[in-house]
Design a binder for this molecule. Structure first.
Ligand code: KG4
Ligand code: ZN
Length: 341
């Protein structure tokens, strides 16, 4: 069975053809990232306008690379929530139009659930049930998954998402956007024990909070920055520039990253214990972080708990995971119609 997946929940435009929920025949992703960089974050209006411009070419590219025609497609699976409304609207409208014109069944799927499914694209024998941790730019959630139509939320962030905290800390350290990979790179040179940051506690133990640690990084950075007065020409006023020593900057990045990862591990292990499962699946953009992957494996090495990660490309937003999840749900008798919003 060939499923065409379409993903437009944030700044990416993705289309992919996946056979029988497993074999990726194509996975095309076009990103509008470069247009957002100078604003330090995704500008929704730019994202949806770019998606409108690229979605046809991206989908044609995915079909061509998979060597299939639209008439061969058995299902269109599209991200229908959660995400930027304008961006989702582009993908959903496009999917509906093809479904109507070609008489192909349609299914709207949940973006966070598709991040969980990404694991099934490179691991063959994952047994149900399991606990899943999704860490991305928009979400930080723990789920108990009995099957993909029986997903129980266990906890979520009360404020910033984990990836969002990486992005904001990168902005504080003036590293650029998106911040996750830049923090990771800088942290490799830093001492992760130098500064004692901590994530705020939450009333429910499986919830998360990252806005406090972000503010702590901000205050620490301000306190340890050197302020210089920069002399300009006679016409222009002087301005003050604050700089921070490279060594300290690396230590801040490393200490921040380590604290966040330790919190994610602690809560995920607690969720596994409470749900009495020894399988933990991790997904979402932050799951591409090498230190996070390494620490999850290290912490569970001597236990019966097994951790699963998607390959790095499939941690980030893509349409293959959307196609895969669509296949799985469709097989369970689930589908949508043109009323999908
Ligand atoms: O899953 P994703 O592509 O989009 C959403 O659904 O949000 O995740 C994007 C997020 C961004 O916040 C980005 O900074 C973060 O994932 N990210 C990382 C890394 N690569 C991407 N965070 C930490 N380390 C990384 N290597
Ligand atoms: Zn995502």
């Amino acid at each position: 069975m060939y499923v065409l997946g379409i993903e437009t929940s944030c700044d990416e435009t993705g289309a992919s053809v996946v056979e029988d929920g497993r074999r990726i025949l194509s996975n095309v992703v076009s990103s509008s990232l470069n247009f957002h960089k100078k604003y330090g974050g995704v500008v929704p209006e730019i994202a949806s306008r770019m998606q409108l411009e690229t979605i046809t070419a991206v989908t044609e590219g995915a079909l061509k690379e998979a060597r299939v025609f639209l008439k061969d497609i058995d299902l269109i699976s599209v991200t229908s929530k959660p995400g930027l409304p304008g961006s989702l609207l582009v993908g959903i409208s496009f999917a509906k139009a093809i479904s109507l014109a070609q008489d192909i069944p349609l299914l709207g799927v949940d973006h966070t659930h598709s991040h969980i499914y990404a694991n099934f694209l490179n691991h063959k024998n994952i047994r149900l049930p399991f606990v899943a941790l999704i860490v991305s730019g928009g979400h930080t959630s723990l789920f108990y998954v009995q099957d993909f139509n029986r997903i129980q939320p266990l906890g979520q962030t009360q404020d910033d998402a984990c990836g969002e905290a990486f992005d904001k800390v990168a902005k504080i350290l003036r590293l650029g956007y998106p911040g996750g990979p830049l923090i990771e790179k800088l942290a490799r040179r830093g001492n992760n024990k130098r500064i004692k940051f901590r994530c705020s506690g939450t009333v429910k133990p499986l919830n998360f909070s990252f806005s406090g640690i972000k503010t702590a990084v901000l205050y620490y950075t301000q306190l340890h920055s050197k302020v210089h007065s920069v002399k300009q020409s006679a016409e222009k006023a002087d301005y003050r520039l604050s700089t921070i020593d490279y060594r300290l900057k690396s230590d801040i990045a490393a200490s921040f990253q380590e604290t966040v990862i330790d919190t994610l591990i602690k809560k995920s292990l607690l969720a596994c214990k409470l749900k009495k499962t020894n399988r933990l699946l991790i997904g979402g953009g932050v799951a591409a972080n090498n230190r996070l992957r390494e620490k999850f494996f290290l912490e569970t090495k001597n236990s019966s708990l097994k951790c699963y990660f998607p390959v790095k490309d499939l941690c980030l937003d893509n349409a293959a995971m959307v196609a895969g999840l669509g296949y799985r749900l469709f097989k369970r008798g689930i589908s949508s119609n043109l009323n999908l919003t």
